[in-house]
Design a protein around this ligand. Structure first.
Ligand SMILES: Cc1cc2nc3c(=O)[nH]c(=O)nc-3n(C[C@H](O)[C@H](O)[C@H](O)COP(=O)(O)O)c2cc1C
Ligand SMILES: C=C(O[C@@H]1CC(C(=O)O)=C[C@@H](OP(=O)(O)O)[C@H]1O)C(=O)O
Length: 384
């Protein structure tokens, strides 16, 4: 199972091709659109989200609501394209009205990208570096999560820190916490923290500044045995970290106790094992559901840290690449905070990675074949 994406932020459309999705999987386009909608939410986003209403346009691979086992091609049209068709024209020379961008923003891909690809106009960098592409990542993840759901695996998220504010009062089951986060403007399950976070984002905006944060992804219903310790590139923890770090502005990933494990002795870090009611049982889940790069049957818990958005209304110092003179740029529009949106992208990337590992273990060409493989494996595991 693999995917490729293409598309510029202000080009006509974004494209994704998904290969290796088994046949006979019911896929709801409405559900893909719902995930795209979720990615566009969250207090602190800029003017672009008022322009776009992301919807998927399915080009292939699905017939009468079911996959055929053939590549699925998805298009997401950029509504903003109509305002950029001159600046983003595919043919001809740049008209005089198009002003080249030569002032790189600290924290964005601008400077490194312009030097690497030998580009005078930074637009040729930012168009693809932009997190606009996370829409295609969410569309791919939306198919993966429908596959996982078919086999009883569900992916949730909530924001646990935003700038200086920590969410530390949480009661309830995983679906209850996720449900409360779902109704929140900033994807937090605690209303008190939500109010403080909205205030902090508003203050950052007024100060011309931006904020980052940390979100947590939880996956339930995961069978023991996805991933492997046998080769470094098959370790599921490493693969999840890569998938999450591939999201724009994600700078750290931790699984289970994560960095905090390093601050405690082993007796307070590892999850004891006992056996009762004919089942192995773990009284705690500090490992976050993965030991040795393999799922251990507990829920997966993974967190990702997002840095603050690089484009600042009160910009940092930089240098014009044409004149080499210092400047402080003015900007037209940007997000102030996109942590809630990044959490939805995180869900998608985790879903995709898990669906890949799931098919490696139980793979078959149709969902029925996969179900047979899963049933036989679970029977054997439950007899041990
Ligand atoms: C959902 C989302 C929205 C983002 N919105 C913006 C934005 O409006 N302005 C901006 O400068 N960066 C934004 N970013 C972050 C940049 O895309 C990112 O920092 C940049 O591509 C450089 O990559 P890096 O931070 O991974 O090094 C956003 C990131 C995400 C995940
Ligand atoms: C377009 C999206 O996010 C964009 C990500 C982004 C960036 O630099 O990463 C910059 C902004 O784009 P624009 O310059 O067009 O306002 C965000 O709006 C999106 O999430 O769909």
């Amino acid at each position: 199972m693999r995917y490729l994406t293409a598309g510029e932020s202000h080009g006509p459309a974004l494209t994704a091709i998904l290969d290796g999705i088994p046949s006979n999987l019911p896929v709801s386009v409405e559900e893909i659109d719902h995930q795209l909608w979720r990615r566009q939410q969250g207090f602190g986003r800029g003017g672009r989200m008022k322009i776009e209403t992301d919807r998927v346009d399915v080009q292939s691979g699905i017939r009468f609501g079911r996959t055929m086992g053939t590549p699925i091609a998805l298009l997401i049209h950029n509504k903003d394209w109509r305002n950029w068709s001159e600046k983003m024209a595919i043919e001809g020379n740049a008209p005089d009205s198009v002003v080249e961008i030569t002032k790189p923003r600290p924290g964005h891909a601008d400077l490194a990208g312009a030097l690497k690809y030998n580009q005078e106009d930074i637009r040729n960098i930012l168009e693809r570096a932009s997190a606009r592409n996370t829409a295609t990542m969410v569309a791919c993840g939306a198919v993966a999560r429908q596959l996982l759901h078919r086999f009883g695996i569900d992916v949730y998220s909530h924001v646990v820190e935003l700038g200086p504010i920590k969410v530390d009062r949480l009661d309830g089951t995983i679906p209850e916490i996720a449900e409360r986060a779902e109704r929140s403007e900033v994807r937090v399950a605690d209303p008190e923290a939500e109010a403080q976070i909205i205030e902090a984002i508003t203050a950052a905006k007024e100060a011309g500044d931006t904020l980052g944060g940390i979100f947590e992804i939880i996956v339930t219903g995961v069978p023991v045995g996805l991933g492997s310790y046998a080769m470094p590139d098959r370790k599921l923890d490493g693969r999840l970290a890569q998938a999450l770090m591939s999201i724009q502005a994600i700078k750290g990933v931790e699984i289970g106790m994560g960095f905090d494990a390093a601050r405690h002795p082993g007796s307070l870090v590892h999850d004891e094992i006992n056996h009762r009611d004919d089942r192995y049982h773990r009284p705690t889940n500090r490992a976050g559901g993965i030991e040795g790069g393999v799922t251990n049957g507990q829920p997966i818990i993974v967190r990702a840290a997002m840095k603050p958005i690089p484009t600042l209304y009160k910009p940092l110092e930089s240098v014009d690449m044409r004149t080499k003179e210092s400047y402080r740029a003015t900007i037209e529009r940007s997000d102030v905070c996109a942590v809630p949106a990044a959490a939805v992208v995180g869900e998608a990337m985790v879903a995709w990675t898990l669906a890949q590992a799931f098919l490696e273990k139980f793979g078959g060409d149709s969902v029925e074949e996969i179900q047979d493989n899963l049933d036989a494996y679970l029977k054997r595991v439950n007899e041990r």
